[in-house]
Structure formats: structure tokens, C-alpha cells
Design a protein around this ligand. Structure first.
Ligand SMILES: *Cc1c(COP(=O)(O)O)cnc(C)c1O
Length: 457
């Protein structure tokens, strides 16, 4: 990628480059980077962790400040009477059009609410209806722990045994990413006894973007309910949940959507299920807004995904997300961002594979002893259709290498993130990362590895 062009030239050609200026870049003192000593100023670091916590946009900061000011000057009146017309009563309505676009849904199919794991339980409460004949849940073996806890506790709460009812699709021996054929074969094999197939859009550890449409098609043909966890997918890769016929999905917004720590989450419920899978546990925010404040004793649900809302949402968190989503829209939406993302991740990959410490992917199944002598490999799929904005570098086990490399890079002002047991993730985010960021990360990685003692000789 990029051919002979330098990072500076690639940045100069990038029509989205100015969006970087819309964000606060973390500074050297935050990570104890040595940059501080050389220049005397608190320089921005190279931040490649947008898959974990997206950066604060100046727009979000401004909107939060405005909400604070409305709270200060109008207090409870802000719910109904807001100088910026973001009445807290209905502020999430302002977010739903962009959220719907990001996941490929109709507006009434999405709700901006809650947090990911809680939303997952909420939707499982409606969609996981196990019977003696059909009770299993199919997921991937390396699912994010919170999802595993949620799934297992859902199974147990219905009186089934997770050991038997949870079907986990595993990578092949010594491999890290799942073969599409193995996922589809697992669904074929267990589909008739499976109630729900639940997959992430993008796997948090490997960065693998699963074939969502195919998984949905095969699982639906088997009569299963299909849900997706979009934690690492929303704002990262384009989706068409409605057209694909996905039944439900949940997400958080503090990763690629930059809503801030613990930001407001969301969920998707396909419109075909309005009557068959209504919300099971009600709250006043799922009640018809026309009569909500008449405080009637009986629940009348809002049609669509909004009926799953329980509590009144945080105006501050909604404003934080709104600022970032405005930038998504101004940048041309997920289509424009994805086009840059493919180039950006491809560029970082092209630099990393030139490292003398890189082990080519054909040798990915090398045993640990052999990798120790040579360095890192990249376990994220090479095909851009099978990954988002992330490369996961795998280090030899048991050598403390991953930790040493991570710390070495961090002290030089390049922040990736460490994921136990053996991976460092780099996530170049098209909204605020540059080609120069990628170039610097690859350069600093090489520096750290060249300096490292054995086994890197
Ligand atoms: C980030 C992430 C979560 C986090 O869950 P919260 O409920 O927001 O704390 C859950 N699942 C996956 C797959 C994630 O990547």
C-alpha cells in the first residue's frame, strides 16, 4: 500500500486529514514518554488505541460544556426547554439517524441506551427462548469475557448446563483466526438444536471481521436467532443489519464512536420482530412518550427498538456521543471513513512486514520456540475484507516480550495496547490517525526491537 509514497505525501493526499484537528491528542506526560525531555513541551503521542477508548473530540467537549451550562442555568427545565434544542427528554432522537446509518438499519430499529453487557442481557431476555429441542447458543471460543459471562449466565438462568449448551467455534490448532468454513460447519452441525447464534462483528483480540452476512444466512436457514456484538464493529466497518436479516445487535460507543469512558451504548432489533419479541422487562422510558408523564400504571410500549429503553438517558453522555457522530457525518459517513481505514491499516501492515523481526504469515503455525528467535507475527487477517482498523501483533509466549515491547514503545510515545496473553494491538483510526502515525509506530517498534536483548538477535 502506498507504493513509493512517503507518509507525508499520503497524508497530504488524504481528504480527511483535517479531522485530526477536531480531536484532542493525548500528550507525552500522560504516558511518561521521553519526548518531554527532548523538546521541553508536552508533545502529542502517537495514539493507536482507538479500538479501546476513542479520543475526545473538541465538538464533544463543546457539547458537554453546553449541557453543563444548561444544567447550571436551567436545571430541570433543560429536559423540556433547551437553548440548543437538545431537550434531554428527547436528546437520543438526535443520535438515532447516524447510529442507524452506521449499522445499516431503519431509525426505529435502533435505540441509544444503556451499556453493552446490560443491553445484551436485555435482548437475550427477549430473544433467547430455549426449549428442550432447541436450547444451544453458538459463539466463538475466544469471545470477550463479558460476553462469555453473559451467555453462560443466560443459559444457566434457563436451567440448562453451559458445558453442554454452549457451542464454541475454535480456531484450528496453532491458528488464531476462525475459518469461515469452520463457523458455517459448526452452525450446520448444531443449528437444529440451537436457539441463538451470537458473534462479534469484529473480534477484539485478532481484529478478524467475521462474515456477518453469511453467518446470518446460514443460521437463519437453520431456524436460529442471530445476534451480533458490535463493540469493535460499529464506526469501524460498514454493516447492513436490516438487509442481512440480523435479528438483534448491541454495542458500546466509547471505542470507535469516541463517546468517552463508559459512554452510552445502543441496540438494534429488526423490525420484523416488533410483535414476536417484545421487551420482556419494562421501564418508563420504553413507554409511549405521549403518556409517559401522565404516569399511567400500565405499560404501553413504544413500537420498535425504543421500547427496550428502561431509564432516562444521560444528557451528558448523549451529548458526548452526538459531538463525535456529527464528525462522522461531516467526514462522509462510514463509507468515506472505511475507504481511508483500508488504506491506513494496509499502510501500517506494509511497514510492519518489512521489519527484520517479522515472521511471515505462512509460518504463522510455527511453534513458539521458533518464533522466539525471530520476533512477531501478525494474526489479523491479511485480506482487508476480513478485518477492520486493527493489526494484532503476536509475541512469543512466556518471555515477557510482549510486555517489554509495549513498555518500550509507550516510553517513546507510541501507544498501542497489550492484550493478554501475547498480543499488542494497533488500531489506526481513520477519523484522527495519520499515515505519519503509522510510519512512526513502525519506526519506533523497530527501534525497540533492535535495542532489545535476546531473543531478538
Ligand atoms: C468492549 C467490549 C465489551 C465491554 O462491555 P461493557 O458492557 O461496555 O463494559 C463487551 N464485549 C466486547 C466484545 C467488547 O469488545
Amino acid at each position: 500500500m502506498g507504493g513509493h509514497l512517503s507518509a507525508q505525501e499520503l497524508d497530504a493526499q488524504d481528504g480527511l486529514r483535517n479531522f485530526r484537528n477536531e480531536f484532542h491528542l493525548p500528550v507525552a506526560s500522560a504516558t511518561g514518554a521521553d519526548l518531554l525531555g527532548s523538546s521541553g513541551v508536552d508533545e502529542p503521542i502517537t495514539y493507536l488505541v482507538g479500538n479501546s477508548l476513542g479520543l475526545l473530540s473538541k465538538r464533544s467537549q463543546q457539547l458537554i460544556n453546553e449541557e453543563l451550562s444548561v444544567w447550571a442555568t436551567r436545571a430541570v427545565e433543560g429536559h423540556f426547554n433547551h437553548p440548543k434544542h437538545r431537550e434531554w427528554l428527547s436528546i437520543t432522537d438526535k443520535l438515532r439517524p447516524t447510529l442507524a446509518e452506521l449499522v445499516g438499519a431503519y431509525e426505529n430499529e435502533v435505540a441509544c441506551m444503556g451499556t453493552l453487557t446490560a443491553n445484551l442481557h436485555l435482548l437475550m431476555n427477549s430473544f433467547y427462548k430455549p426449549s428442550k429441542e432447541r436450547y444451544k447458543i453458538i459463539c466463538e471460543a475466544k469471545a470477550f469475557p463479558s460476553d462469555q459471562y453473559a451467555i453462560k449466565s443466560q443459559i444457566a438462568s434457563h436451567g440448562f448446563n453451559p458445558v453442554e449448551a454452549l457451542i464454541e467455534i475454535s480456531p484450528r490448532q496453532r491458528e488464531h483466526i476462525l475459518h469461515e468454513a469452520d463457523i458455517l460447519a459448526g452452525i450446520e452441525e448444531h443449528g437444529d438444536t440451537t436457539a441463538v447464534v451470537l458473534f462479534p462483528a469484529v473480534q477484539y483480540y485478532t481484529g478478524q471481521w467475521f462474515p456477518m452476512e453469511k453467518i446470518t444466512r446460514i443460521a437463519k436457514a437453520k431456524g436460529c436467532i442471530v445476534g451480533f456484538d458490535l463493540a469493535h464493529g460499529i464506526g469501524n466497518v460498514p454493516m447492513k443489519l436490516h438487509d442481512w436479516g440480523v435479528d438483534f445487535a448491541v454495542w458500546c460507543s466509547y471505542k470507535y464512536l469516541n463517546s468517552g469512558p463508559g459512554g452510552i451504548g445502543g441496540l438494534f432489533v429488526h423490525s420484523k420482530w416488533e410483535t414476536d419479541y417484545p421487551p420482556k422487562y419494562h421501564g418508563w422510558w420504553g413507554h409511549d412518550p405521549k403518556t409517559r408523564f401522565k404516569m399511567p400504571p400500565d405499560f404501553v410500549g413504544v413500537p420498535g427498538a425504543a421500547g427496550f429503553q428502561q431509564s432516562n438517558p444521560s444528557g451528558l453522555l448523549a451529548a458526548a456521543l452526538l459531538g463525535s457522530l456529527q464528525l462522522f457525518a461531516e467526514a462522509g459517513g462510514i463509507t468515506a471513513l472505511r475507504a481511508k481505514s483500508i488504506r491506513l491499516t494496509g499502510y501500517l501492515e506494509s511497514l510492519l512486514v518489512q521489519s527484520k523481526h517479522f515472521v511471515p504469515s505462512e509460518r504463522i503455525s510455527l511453534n513458539n520456540e521458533e518464533r522466539k528467535k525471530t520476533g512477531f507475527t501478525i494474526i489479523t487477517p491479511q485480506n482487508s475484507d476480513e478485518r477492520g482498523a486493527q493489526l494484532s501483533l503476536l509475541w512469543p509466549s512466556g518471555e515477557g516480550m510482549m510486555q517489554r515491547v509495549f513498555t518500550g514503545m509507550r516510553s517513546r510515545g507510541v501507544l498501542g495496547d497489550e492484550r493478554n496473553p501475547d498480543v499488542i494491538r494497533f488500531s489506526p483510526v481513520p477519523l484522527y490517525n495519520s499515515f505519519a502515525d503509522c510510519e512512526r509506530a513502525a519506526r519506533v517498534l523497530e527501534e525497540v526491537l533492535d535495542l532489545a536483548e535476546a531473543p531478538f538477535k
